[in-house]
Design a protein around this ligand. Structure first.
Ligand code: CUA
Length: 342
């Protein structure tokens, strides 16, 4: 019966979202029907029977007043706490989630795996593993929506938003853009393919021919001459980026900031916005020189420059082992541009 009205349940969150939804429906139906029947009953039972009839004034019992306040209060508090718990669960990706990047543009979804494999309007993922999507847009606001997983998140230009899910069933699920984004908005759809983990590994293959995201980030880092200032021995005019990702840094303006994807992105495009304490605001902007894909590559490269303890790089991220000792970016070895083959 519910199959008729609801999409398939294919993620860990989808059953929880549905149960909450059933509760809201049940409460709404119970009160709609109850109030309607009460109106009908009272209208007939207490109708005016003669022209001169005047009702007697009556006090309502205190007990009744308390009851009809306390019961609805309890019901809405259940909605609030239950809803909040599902919401928080849905907004916090688990630490061990498998990272995938999504870039929306008029009118397609570009997805990218850490190994460098790219897809358009398709996304292949393994079943039974939490997947974290870090998403941005090249133009207008889009919204990444997978009904079978009960997840939806706006994808904004100039900003990273995240979404996570853990598929529970293999299969093919529809992907939609859920924010009107221009003429071909309705055509901005795609498919999520949920595969068995070994099938997924086979699908990933040995990585993309042009190297993993981090590899390409390293090449971009060289091409843009970032290493001229961001030296690994702390003598550069810019901060040493080794082991930086995930740490909290002090700012020249006072205060501090945690180094995450958003901060790296901002520091590349608007270097003067949050300057690290002890450094001058001399870095030029790279706005227009690095596109969204390039930013993601640089971020992945910086992540591989030594991660803080306890955050091992996600499986399938390719050549991170090789880079983890933080090979000085000023002296690239010739081998680093080819991805490690499994
Ligand atoms: Cu993209 Cu609607």
């Amino acid at each position: 019966m519910f199959k008729l009205f609801f999409p398939e349940q294919a993620s860990t969150l989808s059953t929880e979202v549905d149960h909450l939804h059933y509760y809201l429906l049940a409460v709404a139906i119970f009160f709609s029907v109850g109030i309607f029947l009460a109106i009908l009953f009272f209208a007939i039972r207490y109708r005016r029977r003669s022209e001169r009839e005047l009702p007697r004034f009556q006090h309502t019992g205190v007990a009744l007043e308390v009851l009809w306040s306390v019961i609805p209060f309890g019901l809405v508090m259940v909605m609030f706490t239950w809803g909040a718990s599902v919401f928080f669960k849905g907004s916090r990706p688990p630490d061990n989630a498998h990272q995938i990047y999504v870039v929306g543009k008029q009118w397609m979804w570009k997805t990218q795996h850490l190994g460098g494999q790219r897809e358009i309007n398709e996304l292949h993922v393994p079943v039974g593993r939490p997947i974290k999507l870090t998403m941005t847009s090249e133009d207008v606001i889009h919204s990444f929506y997978i009904p079978a997983f009960r997840i939806k998140q706006d994808v904004l230009p100039g900003r990273y938003t995240t979404l996570w899910f853990e598929p529970t069933k293999t299969g093919k699920y529809e992907l939609f853009c859920a924010e009107y984004c221009g003429t071909k908005h309705s055509g901005m759809t795609g498919w999520i393919y949920v595969m068995e983990p070994d099938e997924f590994q086979a699908w990933l293959g040995g990585g993309a021919p042009e190297g993993s995201l981090a590899d390409r980030g390293q090449r971009l880092f060289q091409d843009l001459a970032c290493a001229n200032c961001h030296k690994t021995d702390n003598t550069g005019r810019g901060p040493n980026l080794t082991g930086l990702f995930g740490r909290t840094v002090q700012l020249a303006s006072g205060g501090s900031v945690r180094v995450d994807e958003a901060y790296i992105r901002e520091s590349i495009l608007q270097p003067a916005a949050k300057v690290v304490a002890g450094y001058q605001p001399i870095m030029p902007t790279f706005q227009g020189l690095v596109n969204e894909d390039g930013l993601l590559q640089l971020i992945e490269y910086i992540k591989t420059l030594g991660a803080p303890a306890g955050t091992a790089p996600a499986e399938g991220s390719g050549p991170t082992d090789k880079l983890q000792g933080a090979a000085p970016p000023t002296q690239p070895s010739m081998g680093t541009s080819t991805p490690a083959k499994r």
